[in-house]
Design a protein around this ligand. Sequence first.
Ligand SMILES: [Ca+2]
Ligand SMILES: [Ca+2]
Ligand SMILES: [Ca+2]
Ligand SMILES: [Ca+2]
Length: 282
Amino acid sequence: MRSLFACTYLFCFLIQNLEANQNSVKLSKLRLDSLPPYTDVEYLEITGLAGTDLTGLSILVLAEHGVEFAPPGNGGYVSALIPLQGQIPEDRSFILSNSVFFLQQPDQIASPGMLDAQNITVFLLNGIPNVQVGSDLDEDNDGQLDNIDLEIFDSVSVMWQPSGRRGNGGPVYSPHIFGPMGGFIIFGIKRCLDIEEANQWSLLPSHYMAGNENPGELNPPCNGTICSGDFNLDNAVNGEDLGILLGAWGNIDGPYDLNRDGIVSALDLNQFLSNWETGCPD
Ligand SMILES: [Ca+2]
Ligand SMILES: [Ca+2]
Ligand SMILES: [Ca+2]
Ligand SMILES: [Ca+2]
């Protein structure tokens, strides 16, 4: 064990600056709609390092404009522009919602404008663009925003119908697209924080209710059964896993952030070392 402790100290000097910073901020949950009875619930959750000041960032939501009967649908309409206020709380989960939200107090009250049964795009931006709600940022509906420069920290599109389809089928504007799901309405999505590289999202349940989802808490790992520290899934925690952890040093989130504080640092190395001999539970 002595060599392991030596290893701990060796890497202590590598402790990352844990100061909150806006580069860590990203979208983590979108609740667009719900089956009855809570059909008005809509919220958007943002995560990042605890204490990060959100001043100067904004949420921009683009949706469709009614139903156009000639393809391609009419997308790119601004349905919400929300300058963010406050900071990422200790639980690393900042919730923006309209006031009907009841599972958890919102950190900021505003309507996210994520219209039901449409193709929408949600941007997390650095800065607050000079656009108005209701204006069309893609007049030729070619899927490219016209004459606007956005500094995009993060984005995701929820595609209900394939773009170009007659009726609702407007273009979307993020490279990260969830859906379509064969015409089924997508009520909400949550990000897989543990497989960050792939920018993966998974489906939220269609009913908004306690026990179905966890607004105000970090998303559970999508990989589920990985035991803490067995990164290569060979049922042992050993040197190979250590190499993987060190290779991810300083990463924001991802599967190697064992204590889920948002960054891969000496705290995770400590946890890894304490699991070294214990291995995976049966
Ligand atoms: Ca365009
Ligand atoms: Ca348009
Ligand atoms: Ca392993
Ligand atoms: Ca960590």
